[in-house]
Design a protein around this ligand. Structure first.
Ligand code: 2P0
Length: 345
């Protein structure tokens, strides 16, 4: 018997950052992210009866076998243990493709692990003869987290939390959408991703997380993220655009400050990252328009602004793209979460 499942899952950009973990992929602080719309991974998993000529796990990216990605998937399958029982009797072929370049500094692990978790869970449900119920996406979030922490947040649309905190529906193991409705000013929020440098990161996020274990400022950082989480929940409910700018930029710079003060320390920002940050702050001061930045664990700048200001802010963004990024950028916005796909993969 062959079992097949296909899903598309989006990437996400954290506004309050997850940086530091313990145990089995548990976060040291709560985080809140914005789910993206355009940056997605599409994955198809085929579980089939063993054939002695084949490996029991094969991963293909854009049709090409990529054994380099397989250890991370093995690790996920080990952590799932009996929960994903299909693997005990069947071989897995995983076909994946991203809508964005691998080198764009977009967390393909977030969308990739989210799409994979959805496929594995759907296959397991079919194997056990279980209906897909309301807990499907929460379980997939927990499974995705075991593959990559930030992936836990890619199972839902809009603004999503992961971790514990007053008024949050998420917990350490599972992400969830924010409980209160988000104010209309933040609906459809834009994220223009300015590609400053697309080369491979010097230090992986997994290594960066582990440097938090011995970091002088770790405990204060975790408290700051908790406070920012509380503040951001209120800001998003109230439609407080000024508050959003303050928290988003402070979180981005705090994340990079942690990297720059780790032992050993490292710098992922490039000169043009800093130049763009300064241009954004100057433009905001001069124009009074609500545009701000955030950063992922890399040099590229995410320019965030409410959809209603698109016409007035986009010309400025395009100017930055030409001046600092040789015309390279990705245009994205708030997305609605994963979708089931009828795939061509
Ligand atoms: C985040 N990042 O909240 C933070 C902010 C990057 C900067 O989570 O080791 O790929 O797989 O759990 O999720 C990137 O780290 O790390 C990340 P693992 P992950 O999005």
């Amino acid at each position: 018997m062959k079992l097949i499942s296909s899903w598309q899952a989006p990437s996400n950009i954290a506004i309050v950052k997850y940086w530091g973990k313990y145990g089995i992929q548990l976060p040291c602080n709560p985080s809140i992210s914005l789910t993206l719309q355009q940056a997605k991974t599409e994955t198809k998993v085929v579980a089939q009866d063993p054939d002695s000529s084949q490996d029991n796990l094969q991963f293909f990216l854009d049709g090409e076998r990529k054994p380099g990605f397989e250890p991370k998937i093995w690790a996920l399958l080990q952590l799932l243990g009996d929960e994903f029982s299909v693997w005990k009797t069947k071989h897995l072929r995983i076909y994946s493709s991203n809508t964005f370049p691998h080198s764009a500094g977009i967390a393909s692990s977030a969308s990739g692990m989210a799409a994979l978790a959805l496929c594995l869970l759907e296959i397991e449900c079919a194997f056990r003869g279980q209906e897909i119920d309301d807990s499907f996406f929460s379980t997939a979030s927990r499974w995705a987290r075991l593959g990559s922490g930030s992936a836990s947040r890619s199972l839902f649309g809009g603004f999503v939390s992961w971790g514990n905190g007053p008024g949050l529906n998420s917990n350490l193991e599972t992400a969830a959408p924010l409980p209160n409705p988000v104010h209309s000013v933040f609906q459809g929020m834009k994220d223009a991703i300015l590609l400053v440098d697309q080369s491979e990161k010097k230090v992986s996020s997994t290594a960066g997380h582990s440097l938090m274990n011995e970091h002088w400022f770790a405990q204060q950082r975790f408290k700051q993220a908790e406070a920012h989480t509380d503040q951001l929940i209120q800001i998003l409910t109230d439609g407080d655009v000024e508050g959003f700018i303050e928290v988003a930029e402070n979180e981005a710079l705090s994340l990079h400050a942690m990297m720059m003060t780790s032992s050993s320390s490292y710098v992922l920002m490039r000169p043009n990252t800093v130049a763009i940050i300064e241009e954004i702050r100057e433009f905001r001061k001069q124009s009074g328009l609500p545009v701000c930045f955030t950063l992922d664990a890399g040099p590229n700048v995410h320019v965030l602004y409410p959809a209603a200001y698109e016409a007035r802010i986009q010309p400025f963004v395009l100017e930055l793209v030409q001046r600092y990024c040789a015309g390279k950028w990705l245009y994205d916005a708030m997305g609605a979460g994963p979708t089931k796909s009828i795939t061509q993969l």
